[in-house]
Design a protein around this ligand. Structure first.
Ligand code: HEC
Length: 146
């Protein structure tokens, strides 16, 4: 009897975890990582992560500048830090994965569009463009791993 109760409690908690993962969409963090590996060398892996952290910092900076209504500065960061750099282009070329490359280029294009939206100094337009750009962060992270 005791065993059955313990088993039932275990099943309920596993169900709760599964439900929570479903609502927050943590599919990439399940036991099996189904994302496509890019097969990068360890040197390029390191460089990619450095670039990624810089993109994260740039995104935070843009949000802060938006809150201060410093649109011009935010636009410049979007173009220079999230737009296509030689460094990122090299990583796409080395990955040899066409889908990754396509998604990456679409992401950098969206950062240029974000730069343009920010220049209009329209807060709503700017936030929508930022959301669109960040959609690519999510899309790529869901699909690919190093
Ligand atoms: C075209 C694909 C792609 C796009 C777009 C992209 N990333 Fe990434 N990012 C990756 C991959 C691949 C990894 C490695 C994930 C792994 O292996 O688990 C990564 C890792 C990261 C990491 C982890 C860094 C570390 O040191 O561990 C951060 C932070 C990150 N990305 C932020 C961002 C942000 C913010 C954006 C958007 C502004 C973004 N990324 C857009 C592909 C992308």
């Amino acid at each position: 009897m005791k065993k059955i109760v313990i088993l039932a409690l275990l099943l309920v908690s596993i169900g709760a975890i599964a439900a929570e993962e479903d609502t927050i969409g943590l599919t990439a963090h399940n036991l099996f990582d189904n994302r496509t590996s890019l097969g990068l060398s360890s040197r390029i892996k390191h460089r990619q992560l450095v670039n990624m952290r810089a993109q994260m910092a740039a995104t935070q900076a843009i949000i802060g500048l938006l809150a201060e209504e410093k649109f011009e500065k935010a636009s410049k960061i979007s173009r220079t830090k999230l737009g296509l750099t030689d460094e990122m282009k090299q990583i796409y070329d080395l990955s040899k994965n066409e889908d990754f490359k396509k998604l990456g280029l679409a992401f950098h294009n969206s950062a240029d569009e974000l730069g343009t939206a920010l220049q209009t100094k329209d807060m709503k337009k700017s936030l929508q463009a930022l959301r669109n750009t960040m959609g690519y962060c999510l899309q790529c992270h869901n699909k690919f791993r190093q």
